[in-house]
Design a protein around this ligand. Structure first.
Ligand SMILES: O=C(O)CCC(=O)C(=O)O
Length: 275
């Protein structure tokens, strides 16, 4: 573990081109951010917790709603496990997030594991959406690190991104649903935006902004797609007004006790990186 700890602190060599690519396109895929040893270690640790906490275990996939079919979702794992905490609060990942967003510092908004089960019978896609629909945050400076815990082939439902879609505001009012899949797909096609939908090598991680539209195909392989995500927000930002039903729920879960206008900072939102 001490070896893994020091790797999680080491700086990743992000280039100016990487930063420009992210700023233009709203996402980036970076290779070799984690090595195979680190990945295997966290795959085992995170999978143990997901199995222990899986609220959908035993519910047949055919009886789940669209959101539940897309993936098993377990949040704030860093609070339940000191080992996972090392990954979520990793300075290496936090600095990449701050550099891509070009901000002085980042705090944790929350983490979540997203496990997409193999589903031959049900098309367990993740419909098109932008994450920030769910977040009561008064900023565009949010970013998600999507960390596949194994090599992820196209058959396993890797995350796919619509290039430069953060510059468009259609569909920002849609939650993850069949409706978001259909309407956003149409709007993105009408706007001729390019899709990046490719597998991930082991250790490759993507970062996408809060308003970047993304989706994932169904997992039609015979393996679970194990993914950990870490959501960062710029240090010092404030809560926005609540504009939909998700906002007070997210506030209760990730920013407890705060009101619109307050600085987004509670014991659940540690500072991960500051220049
Ligand atoms: O893992 C997935 O299928 C969806 C992930 C996602 O939407 C996200 O991390 O923002």
């Amino acid at each position: 573990m001490s070896n893994i700890n020091s790797k999680l602190r080491e700086s990743y060599s992000l280039t100016q081109d990487d930063i420009r690519y992210y700023q233009k396109n709203g996402f980036i895929k970076l290779k070799q951010v984690l090595d195979e040893e680190t990945l295997a270690y966290f795959n085992e640790e995170i999978t143990k917790v997901v199995i222990e906490k899986n609220p959908l275990l035993g519910k047949p996939i055919e009886e789940r709603n669209v959101f539940e079919q897309a993936f098993i979702q377990i949040g704030n794992l860093w609070r339940t496990n000191d080992l996972i905490k090392k990954l979520v609060l990793s300075e290496r990942l936090g600095k990449i997030a701050a550099d891509l967003m070009q901000v002085e510092g980042v705090r944790l908004y929350h983490d979540q594991a997203l496990y997409k089960e193999p589903g031959k019978k049900v098309k367990n896609i993740t419909p098109w959406h932008a994450d920030q629909y769910y977040w009561p945050l008064d900023t565009d400076n949010t970013i998600t690190a999507w960390i596949p815990l194994q090599k992820t082939t196209p058959e396993m439902g890797p995350l796919a991104f619509s290039m430069e879609s953060q510059k468009h505001d259609f569909g920002r009012d849609l939650e993850i649903s069949d409706e978001s899949e259909a309407k956003i797909q149409k709007a993105l096609s009408d706007a001729n935006l390019e899709l990046v939908d490719e597998g991930f090598d082991a250790g490759e991680i993507s970062f996408h902004g809060g308003w970047t539209f993304h989706r994932a195909s169904a997992n039609v392989s015979n393996k679970v797609r194990a993914v950990m995500t870490i959501i960062y927000m710029e240090d010092g930002i404030r809560l926005s007004e609540f504009k939909n039903e998700a906002h007070p729920n997210d506030r209760d879960a990730f920013l407890p006790g705060l009101e619109p206008g307050d600085i987004a900072q509670t014991e659940l939102n540690p500072l991960i990186y500051k220049r």
